[in-house]
Design a protein around this ligand. Sequence first.
Ligand SMILES: Cc1cc2nc3c(=O)[nH]c(=O)nc-3n(C[C@H](O)[C@H](O)[C@H](O)COP(=O)(O)OP(=O)(O)OC[C@H]3O[C@@H](n4cnc5c(N)ncnc54)[C@H](O)[C@@H]3O)c2cc1C
Ligand SMILES: NC(=O)c1ccc[n+]([C@@H]2O[C@H](COP(=O)([O-])OP(=O)(O)OC[C@H]3O[C@@H](n4cnc5c(N)ncnc54)[C@H](O)[C@@H]3O)[C@@H](O)[C@H]2O)c1
Length: 459
Amino acid sequence: MASDSYDVIVIGAGPTGENAAERAVRGGLSALIVESELVGGECSYWACMPSKALLRPAGVVAEASAVHGVTGARLEPAEVLKRRDSFAHDWKDDGQVKWLDGAGIELLRGHGRLAGERRVSVGGATITARHAVVVATGTGAIVPPALRDVRPWTSREATSAKTAPGRLAIVGGGVVGAEMAAAWSALGSRVTLISRGGLLDRVPEFAGELVTAGLRDAGVDVRTGANVTAAARAGDGGPVMLTLDDGTMVEADEVLSAVGRYPKTGDIGLATVGLEDGSWLEVDDTMRVTAVPGGWLYAAGDVNHLALLTHMGKYQARICGDAIAERAAGREPPVRDIASRTRVPQVVFTMPEVAAVGLTAAQAEAAGMRVRVVEYEIGNVAGASLFADDYRGHAQLIVDEDRQVIVGLTLAGPGVGEMIHAATIAVVGEVPLSRLWHAVPSYPTMSELWLRLLETYGL
Ligand SMILES: Cc1cc2nc3c(=O)[nH]c(=O)nc-3n(C[C@H](O)[C@H](O)[C@H](O)COP(=O)(O)OP(=O)(O)OC[C@H]3O[C@@H](n4cnc5c(N)ncnc54)[C@H](O)[C@@H]3O)c2cc1C
Ligand SMILES: NC(=O)c1ccc[n+]([C@@H]2O[C@H](COP(=O)([O-])OP(=O)(O)OC[C@H]3O[C@@H](n4cnc5c(N)ncnc54)[C@H](O)[C@@H]3O)[C@@H](O)[C@H]2O)c1
């Protein structure tokens, strides 16, 4: 560490922290980033990248198998795991450290804690921030009490395991549960997925139902409406026995806890600035923590609980880093967050995929909009029937009738992940339906879905 004071100190070098620091430096400020584990954060080593490296081969096989005339596509689990290792850079962060260096960001390894206003302690050192401190410490996996004594996998083990367990039980039917069920069943595990509701309860029901059907087709034993009430592991390396509230038992070699995330704010000195240790950090539209006076504390990415997604963390980081630089120059930032609450895109990489942006009908109605819901079977589009024989997929479009703009779209079906950005542009751009009518989709692509949706709406 070259100095004991910097313009900006960022705690946490995940995708969010890295980008916040980079934007601040780009704005002419000096920045120190503090990291206690690997530079690159959860996303690079135990989340997005390794999980998608596990899922992509399964997706390729599913796509190939859905086209008559193509035979023989199959996974080679050892090769898939090797490719996953390379995407996780063998859990080494040299490349990312080099990137920090190139961006002019100084790195300090260690556990960072706030030590009062604009001060951060790391080991024995206390460093002062002239303008701002950014908390970007991310989240960890919640383990429910019933699983605490059976050495469960969390998302970290589920994305870094070196072999497929013979039998894998997954508790939690959210995104991690559904994606990891798809990945490990394709890699040879016998998977039981236990969800207390349906699957993917944050998107419209049809999407969770299509994923449930897809997982069952792939051989996953999906148990919905079921809770784990007790768990026991036989001996050190023995199997785990789960007791469910419907009276059944599930035996597995490993059990994955996939029931959500907690903020990594339990030991970062929040109490020294008047906040509650362990809490999510509420922010304004420039990522400033609202409860701390003086406007020097920012929080971006997972830790502010707005949208637990890498692309949203990086978006917030750009806004936050720019805002700090603007304010350091005595100006109020012109660019503010308009996406993290109501215009969030997400792709769930299951078979089939689910892709969504913006509001569901219920959310739009709760926001006071007069809503029209447009439904369409994606399989009726020529491009979809070419993409896969017997294509099964569904689209639900949410229109704000008063403004005549799209406020939400959910797609579920093979290959829909790459289609959602068009919707994101329409939602964020608030493109009127009458204008969208002139955005002519190419024939015969799946994007012709746009035309069908507008026709179904009545254009
Ligand atoms: C299995 C899984 C798959 C996912 N897949 C996707 C996906 O496909 N697409 C997507 O958009 N999102 C995905 N996510 C979500 C994504 O991983 C997170 O939204 C993203 O990592 C958040 O970035 P972040 O920088 O806010 O936090 P993190 O990536 O968690 O980084 C925080 C960093 O802060 C460090 N840190 C924490 N406390 C301290 C401290 N006190 N001092 C110093 N350093 C500290 C940590 O070591 C870490 O490096 C997935 C999540 C999981 C669990
Ligand atoms: N492709 C992607 O974009 C991607 C992939 C993985 C994760 N993520 C992000 O990571 C975050 C975490 O994912 P997640 O799946 O851990 O959380 P989640 O919140 O998406 O799902 C957790 C599920 O567990 C259930 N649950 C909660 N407590 C439970 C309990 N005690 N017993 C049984 N079930 C319980 C919830 O009802 C929910 O269905 C999400 O916000 C997600 O957006 C994104």
